[in-house]
Design a protein. Structure first.
Length: 255
């Protein structure tokens, strides 16, 4: 166990160093969600009726959008390792295969906490006023970490399977647009009927409603907040476990 933990620590440190040296990716991961936040609050916010201050409604969704987009960039980092020879070197060493991928995942969690904090700070300047207690703050952060975790494991799986940086980068755009078909920016009951079913039953919606309910209380209009929170946790844990196992198997199978 100590050997495994040492390997995870080493690979996580390496992942964080790679992130710190990729200034373009870090800037994009912060600037893009901030621009989206400004656009929806300042341009569309006056025309959208959500039953509450729009900045309080939209901020949790944008925070998850920022976290998801940053986590999706892990696909490109994993693909570079797979095709650049780094993994070939590690295979010749006594390194547990699982730790190679988990290092990217832990580094993604740390990176996304930082970018999420920046986006949250901008929302405060725009008028976002959370009403959460200390315990609710901890629960909200935990929910965000669970969300980032399963998105990162999915991105890791994509990075193992694809054979080019372009294919890995395309996954980031898929994840970035997933929150749009949810309750992140407008209530799902305002969507067309054929789209509403998908929005109500995809994993992003219960996560957003849980974070929104924890941070602003009345900003979430769900009838059963506890049930939605359990559903959100179940989605994140189930998908995280599924994609983690799939990524590990794909990593062992690829040569």
């Amino acid at each position: 166990m100590s050997h495994v933990l040492s390997d995870v620590s080493t690979m996580t440190t390496r992942g964080l160093r790679l992130v710190s040296r990729d200034a373009d990716a870090m800037i994009t991961a912060v600037v893009l969600p901030v621009i989206i936040l400004l656009m929806f609050v300042l341009v569309f916010g006056g025309a959208l009726d959500t039953g509450t201050e729009y900045i309080n409604y939209v901020t949790p969704g944008v925070i998850l959008l920022a976290a998801g987009f940053g986590a999706a960039n892990t696909a490109m980092a994993v693909e570079r390792d797979m095709s650049g020879g780094m993994v070939d070197r590690l295979r010749s060493m006594p390194v547990n295969a699982w730790t190679v991928l988990s290092g990217h995942v832990v580094a993604s969690l740390v990176k996304n906490l930082a970018t999420t904090a920046i986006v949250f700070g901008v929302s405060i300047l725009l008028g976002f006023r959370p009403q959460a207690t200390a315990l609710e703050w901890l629960a909200a952060v935990g929910m965000i970490l669970l969300f980032v975790g399963w998105i990162t494991w999915l991105a890791t799986l994509v990075g193992v399977l694809v054979r080019s940086p372009d294919a890995a980068g395309g996954f980031s755009f898929f994840v970035m647009f997933l929150p749009y078909v949810s309750s992140a920016f407008v209530p799902v009951d305002t969507l067309p009927g054929w789209l509403r079913g998908f929005a109500e039953h995809q994993p992003v919606t219960p996560v957003i409603e849980t974070v929104r309910g924890l941070l602003v209380g009345g900003g979430s209009a769900v009838a059963d907040p506890a049930g939605v929170a359990v559903l959100a946790v179940a989605w994140c844990l189930g998908l995280g476990l599924l994609f983690a196992v799939a990524a590990g198997l794909a990593f062992r199978a690829r040569r």
